[in-house]
Ligand binder design. Sequence first.
Ligand code: NAD
Ligand code: LMR
Length: 339
Amino acid sequence: SRALRPIATVAFQNGAKNFSTSPEMQFKVMVAGAAGGIGQPLSLLLKMDPLVSTLALYDLAPFTPGVAADLSHMDTPSKVLGYRGPDELPSAIADAHVVVIPAGVPRKPGMTRDDLFNVNASIVRDLTQCIAVHAPKAMICIITNPVNSMVPIASEVMKKNGVYDPNRIFGVTTLDIVRSRTFIGQINGVDPKTVKIPVIGGHSGVTIIPVLSQCKPAPQIQEQAKIDALTKRIQEAGTEVVKAKAGAGSATLSMGWSGAMFTHSVLRGLKGEENVVECAYVKSDVTEAKYFANPICFGKNGIAKNLGYGQLNAYEQKLLQIAMPELKKNIEKGEKFVK
Ligand code: NAD
Ligand code: LMR
């Protein structure tokens, strides 16, 4: 039997409430952009995930086979395979249950996520085109920025190929929840993993809406000015890291962690576990924006239920109003790129 090693328990203590060690339901996960700043720690954590049986690492970087060789020496049961360059992409994708995409350029100080659109849009379009042909049923988890536009791009490509399933395409916003938990855990002096908070909207600046009124336990701050400061810190936390890295990129380690947790939840849904819930940016009719992030319940076919965002207070309703035009603009830009 596959005994759970302590290191795996530590890695997934945030994400897995009913952690299964059952060997029969295991999955192939493909990482596109696996040799990058996010790709490497993400792949490391996925190598530790007992639900992953095959890890296919794909990147353009010449040293991608080396990253795969390196990870393959870890003494966990999953198989690691490396693929380099577009000729090897179909083999990397074939039969994947989940494709996680952190391929693309990151921000430098002074840039917005939307400034990455021109480079990253074609990367996500071309990767999705290959998924449409070689693994049309795969769950597609998009980390590449700007997430608000990349999910519409992937969706349009799948539509063009006649294989679109809105329940299988996710923008990964988990880092916003991870940060919210951490900051609120610090304020309240509690373990961050005990903090439950939805972050809704999208994944850039004003479109990131932490719903502090629904947070459990409630953040121990009363003054509106402090609530406003915490909200802004969560919205600008990516920029905080970009500035601190001073030109060397954006969040990679906390994103690797967040991406692995998100993937683990998708896999738990695939294996038939019930009540697995994470926030994600998905096709939506919850608001007038065609795509929107809020809590999603996962199942065997991706989204089992969109749980909506519940009650917002007046301050959060105002945040939503401010977010909406930006979100719609980002979505239209993505759709227009493919059409
Ligand atoms: P990075 O430059 O360190 O790594 C990107 C990797 O993608 C590189 O190894 C590169 O070779 C590879 N790549 C480029 N084009 C490719 C292609 N066509 N196919 C396969 N691989 C390709 O960047 P990073 O720090 O890992 O960030 C990656 C992306 O993730 C950026 O767009 C960044 O903005 C985004 N990001 C998103 C979140 C989020 O919360 N969703 C968080 C952090 C970063
Ligand atoms: C983040 O939130 O850290 C990422 O979206 C990367 C960035 O550009 O801020």
